[in-house]
Design a protein around this ligand. Structure first.
Ligand SMILES: Cc1cc2nc3c(=O)[nH]c(=O)nc-3n(C[C@H](O)[C@H](O)[C@H](O)COP(=O)(O)O)c2cc1C
Length: 385
């Protein structure tokens, strides 16, 4: 399928209840100008996003993370005890049992409240880290989505990250709102998410992104807690990462292409054929996650880098770490479990951690430091002689 015929816009997703007559804004991530929307309407829209992310009716993005190009050299003599492999690390001053971040997911409707509670309990049980979804609605007092002090009580020992949008910074939010977001959930740091593509392809999205870098710089200088900046599935380039490090951010989450595609999700939501066609055109857009991690690590050798975007399992996590990530984030692939129960989330991430452990074992890596220098197979198959 090429870009031209992807322009022909199929019918909207059957669950896209709010897709018609949508006023300004339409993002599960932040958007602006929704003062006229009621909480129920916003909740329904966010629920649409969850439904589409769980069960897309369109093929979605064909973008490739690039992870499958990374092949470890197998070590048949690991000389290690599989169960003694040390996956522990530290983030935001807290100990973690494995280098996995459950990446930001929606924080609006009641259903999201239950999802956030399950994610928090599983994070605590496994010793991982948790980032919540956008707190814009909660900060505006239009429903908490489980984003209150209760969340911290479910996960008292883990790195917990609050979340606001770069678009809100461009629209005038600053240290006051950032502080409220962090205090609301007793977070250790604040994520600022950058989603310009999603905003650009939706009806009524935020179009003015001028001044976001300056606002991030001011936050990093004045907030008094660490600032983490992330994309949401289109990737951060080396150039952007360098600017963010110079602006004083504590960590960078590349959130590259190959996993959840917000252009594809917005295409499914829209009932307007022109909007759908344009959104679909950009559904493969972005920097493949594997490339983004390697390029950001090379450009910013001292930065704390989170590798995310299309991470499917623990082998992808191992690849991300080998390419230069300090932590590995996953959102979309864990959503189905999060929609069911805490036990399912625990089982899902326990599997991811076990796969990461096996990758360490079979590369002879006793810990994450060793995994970072594990030998890789050459990218190309050897020529036959
Ligand atoms: C249902 C859903 C809701 C999301 N909501 C947010 C959000 O509110 N804020 C944010 O920064 N990222 C949000 N994201 C983006 C993820 O945190 C992540 O960056 C992106 O989905 C890429 O990772 P993945 O390919 O593992 O899903 C959301 C993702 C999903 C699947």
């Amino acid at each position: 399928m090429n870009a031209t015929n992807r322009h022909s816009a199929p019918a909207p997703h059957p669950v896209a209840r709010t897709a018609t007559g949508m006023g300004k804004g339409g993002a599960v991530l932040d958007g602006s100008g929704r003062e006229s929307e009621g909480e129920g309407e916003i909740g329904a829209r966010k629920s649409d996003h969850l439904d589409i992310a769980l069960q897309p009716s369109l093929p979605g993005s064909r973008a490739d993370t690039g992870f499958d190009r990374v092949r470890f050299e197998h070590v048949a003599l690991p000389e290690l005890d599989l169960d003694a492999i040390d996956l522990s690390t530290r983030f935001l001053g807290r100990a973690m049992r494995a280098p996995i971040l459950i990446s930001s997911m929606t924080g609006g409707p009641e259903r999201a409240g239950a999802i956030n509670a399950r994610l928090a309990e599983a994070t605590e049980h496994l010793g991982l880290a948790l980032a919540v979804g956008s707190q814009r609605i909660a900060l505006e007092g239009r429903g908490s989505g489980g984003l209150g002090a209760d969340l911290r009580r479910r996960a008292p020992h883990v790195p917990l990250l609050a979340n606001i949008g770069g678009a809100q910074l461009a629209a005038g939010w600053g240290v006051r709102e950032a502080r409220r977001a962090v205090e609301m959930i007793e977070a250790d740091a604040l994520i600022v998410h950058l989603n310009p593509l999603q905003e650009a392809v939706q009806t009524g999205g935020d179009r003015n992104w001028a001044g976001v870098l300056g606002a991030i710089e001011a936050l990093a200088r004045e907030a008094g807690f660490p600032i983490v900046v992330k994309e949401v599935g289109a990737g951060l380039s080396a150039t952007v990462a360098r600017r963010l490090v110079e602006a004083g951010v504590h960590a960078i989450d590349v959130a590259g292409a190959g996993g959840t595609s917000w252009a594809a999700i917005e295409a499914e939501r829209s009932a307007d054929p022109r909007v759908r066609g344009s959104a679909l055109l950009f559904s493969d857009w972005g920097i493949p996650t594997a490339d983004a991690i390697a390029e950001v690590r090379a450009a910013c050798p001292q930065a704390f880098v989170i590798g995310s975007g299309g991470v499917r399992h623990g082998l992808d996590a191992a690849r991300a770490i080998r390419l230069g990530a300090d932590l590995v984030g996953q959102a979309g692939a864990s959503l189905a479990a999060a929609d069911v129960s805490t036990e399912r989330v625990v089982a899902h991430f326990a599997g991811v951690v076990e796969e990461l452990r096996i990758a360490c074992f079979c590369t002879g890596s006793a810990d994450l430091e060793a995994l970072r220098t594990a030998r890789l197979r050459p990218a190309e198959a050897p020529a036959r002689s």
